[in-house]
Design a protein around this ligand. Sequence first.
Ligand SMILES: Nc1nc2c(ncn2[C@@H]2O[C@H](COP(=O)(O)OP(=O)(O)OP(=O)(O)O)[C@@H](O)[C@H]2O)c(=O)[nH]1
Ligand SMILES: [Mg+2]
Length: 278
Amino acid sequence: MSINWYPGHMVKAKREIEKNLKMVDMVLILLDARAPFSCRNIDLERMASKKSIIMIFSKVDLADSSHTRKYISRFQEEGIPVGTINSLNSRGRKEVLQLISDTFLEQADKMRARGRRVRAVRVMVAGVPNVGKSTFLNCLVGKKVAQTGAKPGVTRGQQWIRIRDDIELMDTPGLMWPKIENETQGKKLALLDIVGENAYQEYEIALFLLEVLKEKNPDILLDKLKIEDINKHNEELLDNISILRGHLLKGGRPDTAKTCKLLLQDFRKGKLGRLSLD
Ligand SMILES: Nc1nc2c(ncn2[C@@H]2O[C@H](COP(=O)(O)OP(=O)(O)OP(=O)(O)O)[C@@H](O)[C@H]2O)c(=O)[nH]1
Ligand SMILES: [Mg+2]
């Protein structure tokens, strides 16, 4: 199965970002902390290369902390300023704001050197679908602003939200198109609910999840999913889970479709525990 997802509105998303880039000093790219490399889009990074770029791992509460630390080092080795946030409880908010102003310092110095007045840094938040852009924006602003932005048919000027004296945010986050380079990455993005559900089959993605669990965190299979023997084919494990959870069709056959759906849901809500994919 190859996951190929690039619906029409992603073309529009790209154009929108191109247009909005002209108005900002900095692009803050949100990446899912569970798979930050898979969420990256080199095309966007190229488009934004004349601006400052910082990357923030979202949903850090759902990721495995030891992996998060490793991913952070790898981004830093590339010279990318990086931070983390849990937008649901605002943990990391202060650090993100500090990272924004620190990153802008160099640009501000250049402005000063050219005799220009240094104004507040203008930041656009961008990220793939469902990565947490709206929640993040609301968290930074401290009240609900996102969601109200997208009104089809209503054209209006860009709004800026002042977060601090030195930071202004574009009120609508940029929808970034996922760039899928290979099958595994596509499956990760499907698992994270980043590609639309019409691009994959839940069965395949549930099998992929079981494979990842076997490899990275068998304790989840043993303790959370109560599987006794994990050394079986994934298809068989799935049947075991159906039976354990009582997902059965008439005649007692496992209701695989139901199990897949609920398994994916549980993972996405963090009910299986913290898990990193990259
Ligand atoms: N656990 C956890 N969930 C989060 C976090 N941030 C966002 N979410 C959840 O992720 C889901 C998507 O969040 P949104 O803010 O709507 O994401 P978005 O990027 O704006 O999505 P689109 O506008 O559809 O592209 C929601 O269910 C949020 O509650 C976080 O830091 N931790
Ligand atoms: Mg949104």
